[in-house]
Ligand binder design. Sequence first.
Ligand SMILES: NC(=O)c1ccc[n+]([C@@H]2O[C@H](COP(=O)([O-])OP(=O)(O)OC[C@H]3O[C@@H](n4cnc5c(N)ncnc54)[C@H](OP(=O)(O)O)[C@@H]3O)[C@@H](O)[C@H]2O)c1
Length: 375
Amino acid sequence: MVFSEGLNWLQNTCVSPASLSTRPPTVAVLGATGAVGRELILLLEQRDFPSDSLKLLASPRSAGTRFTFRGESLTVEAVSEEALAGVDLVLASAGGSISRQWAPVMGAHGTLLIDNSSAFRLEPRVPLVVPEVNLAAASRHQGVIANPNCTTILLLLALAPLRRLAPLRRVVVSTYQSASGAGAQAMAELETTSRDVLQGRQPRSHVLPYPLAFNLFLHNSPLAGNGYCEEELKMLRESRKILAQPDLRLSATCVRVPVLRAHAEAVNIEFEAPVSVDAARRVLGEAPGVRIIDDWPNNRFPMPSDVTGKDPVAVGRIRQDLSNSNGLELWLCGDQIRKGAALNAVQIAEAVVRHGWLKPLSPRQPDQDAPVLQS
Ligand SMILES: NC(=O)c1ccc[n+]([C@@H]2O[C@H](COP(=O)([O-])OP(=O)(O)OC[C@H]3O[C@@H](n4cnc5c(N)ncnc54)[C@H](OP(=O)(O)O)[C@@H]3O)[C@@H](O)[C@H]2O)c1
């Protein structure tokens, strides 16, 4: 099936949001038992998301698992057409094939899907949203809003404010990606293989392609014919779409490192004109979702442990590129389960509810030009 043909189920009917304005939405987390799913449940509770009820969905393997939400014990159900009936909003983190499988059912029910997988990200009719950068795009959804790749979200929280100082010409980025980026089982495998190495046993991997303990390897997503892997190409293509800059030049090298949770990125940015370190630090210091850790006297810059379980992306070591008068170098760290996935999705959901965008807007309504997220 040609990819775009698979989107014929996108909602064509325009429903007034008025019917929903009188009650909070019913919400489901699809992939509730996974690394991102568990964080979604946590965030919905921590941020007091205005939901009428919450359903937890996963595969039949984990049906019956129980989670506590707002003091109530909820049971995970196997995803099914029946389980999805009556749900207004699905936050999905069960992988691309599962999203592709169930999105048409959600479309038929008029359910909005906010999807963490890569299934629909580059589809022109699907908004790809980082709320601090392009929230208004979410208002134009037709039943699906895509959450970008985690490394892309973290990168764009820094790039978007900086490009207000001068247009971006080229970005070269190297990522240091934690085990959690590959899911809950990869985190468990890093713990097991670390114990194996420390106790003198031969570490064996089943989830990741190689043992990650005391090791690192290039990202294991499939290689394209041009020498880049899929993860690296996602950073290029998704950044272009979110920034609405189709000519952006970006080259990425993605590496898996033996960190449990939170990714880091070394970023070289070439602008169309010189940008001073002071101006960059000022703009980033004011940027929503960004925290500066730039303690030069103590040689103390962002680390994964600074951002684990935290919302903001930490940026530091902002410096002039000695090889390029239009260039800056910086280093950033972000919890990619949180801001790189679950938090970003929940922020989109919050905005959707706040602005009455749960159902596709009628073409007769003027497009709501919402501001980007400010806090
Ligand atoms: N981890 C990250 O940092 C990150 C960041 C951005 C985006 N994402 C994306 O988010 C998605 C989930 O990632 P993750 O790291 O949370 O993975 P994970 O820890 O492996 O969790 C996968 C989830 O999907 C469920 N699932 C698997 N097969 C299913 C099926 N046939 N039907 C229904 N549910 C099924 C699993 O349920 P069971 O317990 O029943 O198997 C589990 O809840 C992926 O698309 C990933 O690319 C992840």
